[in-house]
Write a new protein. Structure first.
Length: 369
């Protein structure tokens, strides 16, 4: 029988911190920050609460939760806990030397996604979304005339309707571009845009193998301007540290989609080259890398869009500036065209004493032996 399922192994190596958000937060009263050692300890809240009950401190704890503004460490020390007792109640600790030292006050920590056993992992859907964007960008670059109508609609689109900003500005046009690229099946006749007609359903990427707590670090959101100025924001994220290898399984059903390992690798490289040329190089000069993708949150608009591939020159700059101005009206994006780049801040973090881009990974695809 013909083997039409092609199986591969994917290895991602993180080149900088990667954040895949779960949508959950650890508030400032749910973690312990040791300033001297630059570590954060996260208690098992069930164990901590039972220990508080055993010590008859439940009234004091409720009062602390309702009114006190002090960090959790200070409160625990004030009611008699020693450092060793506190640490025994914690099941996770992370380095935060690059994250918390410049913060004026404790803030919530955005959590990395975790499996049912509480271990961090990367969903296959996150990686598939990155590859989908790269493949769409590649098709646009190879077949620009195919997207002429969409390109004209994008350029002429008005971000204001009846005096109000359009909430999902250009969302329809991007969906049309995706449909042109991927919806080539005929599972639902007469409805090309239907998900059943999307040939990317033949590409299946597993969730990653579980990672370890020690693979996590805390990162602060840092924006870099055109003049090199830094704007460190009060946003903390649990992130995979650089140098972590993450493994996935990839299956391609060749009866559904005509896609090869070489196709993916070429699309990844060309997307990276374009993004670096039209955006990153405006902020920082970095050595060109191979097989590089940007994964997860906090990487910036340019890593998630095909606008830099669909448009060129002034039309690209003006359109992206319009998008930014609709989404973030108070962030000064009306000056982006004049400044020659949009968005006007590069999304970075401080890691091991250096400013690095968020979410940078090297991808390797190998045939399953």
């Amino acid at each position: 029988m013909e083997n039409y399922i092609k199986r591969y192994k994917i290895k991602l190596k993180t080149l900088s911190p990667v954040f895949i958000g779960s949508g959950k937060e650890i508030n400032k009263k749910e973690y312990v920050y040791y300033r001297d050692s630059q570590e954060v300890y996260i208690p098992d809240m069930n164990r901590l609460f039972h220990d508080i009950l055993d010590r008859n401190l439940d009234d004091e704890y409720q009062q602390y939760l309702m009114s006190e503004n002090m960090p959790l460490l200070n409160w625990l020390k004030s009611v008699g806990y020693s450092d060793s007792e506190i640490k025994k109640l914690c099941n996770i600790h992370m380095d935060c030397s690059d994250a918390l030292e410049n913060l004026n006050r404790p803030i919530a920590i955005q959590q990395f996604v975790k499996d049912v056993y509480g271990l961090p992992y990367i969903p296959g859907s996150s990686l598939k979304g990155v590859l989908r964007t790269c493949l769409l960008a590649e098709d646009i670059m190879k077949n620009p005339e195919k997207y002429d109508r969409i390109r004209r609609n994008v350029i002429n689109a008005d971000p204001i309707y009846k005096g109000r900003p359009v909430r999902k500005f250009l969302g329809r046009e991007i969906k049309q571009a995706e449909s042109l690229c991927f919806n080539n099946l005929n599972c639902k006749e007469g409805k090309r845009e239907d998900a059943l007609n999307d040939e990317m359903k033949g590409v299946i990427i597993s969730d990653s193998k579980p990672l370890k707590y020690k693979d996590l670090t805390l990162c602060q959101k840092v924006d870099i301007g055109l003049n090199g100025g830094k704007n460190a924001l009060n946003i903390l994220r649990e992130s995979l540290r650089a140098g972590v290898t993450v493994e996935f399984d990839l299956s391609i059903d060749t009866k559904i989609v005509s896609l090869t390992k070489a196709d993916i690798e070429q699309a990844v490289q060309n997307f990276y080259n374009m993004y670096k040329k039209v955006y990153v190089d405006k902020f920082i000069k970095t050595t060109a890398e191979k097989n590089t993708i940007y994964l997860g949150g906090g990487c910036g608009y340019g890593t998630k869009t095909v606008m830099y591939n669909l448009l060129t020159g002034k039309s690209m700059l003006e359109t992206v500036a319009k998008i930014m101005n609709v989404r973030f009206r108070k962030h000064g994006h009306n000056k982006d065209v004049k400044n020659g780049v949009s968005p006007h801040m590069l999304k970075c973090t401080n890691y091991c004493g250096n400013i690095v881009e968020m979410g940078k990974c090297r991808i390797e695809i190998s045939e399953e032996s």
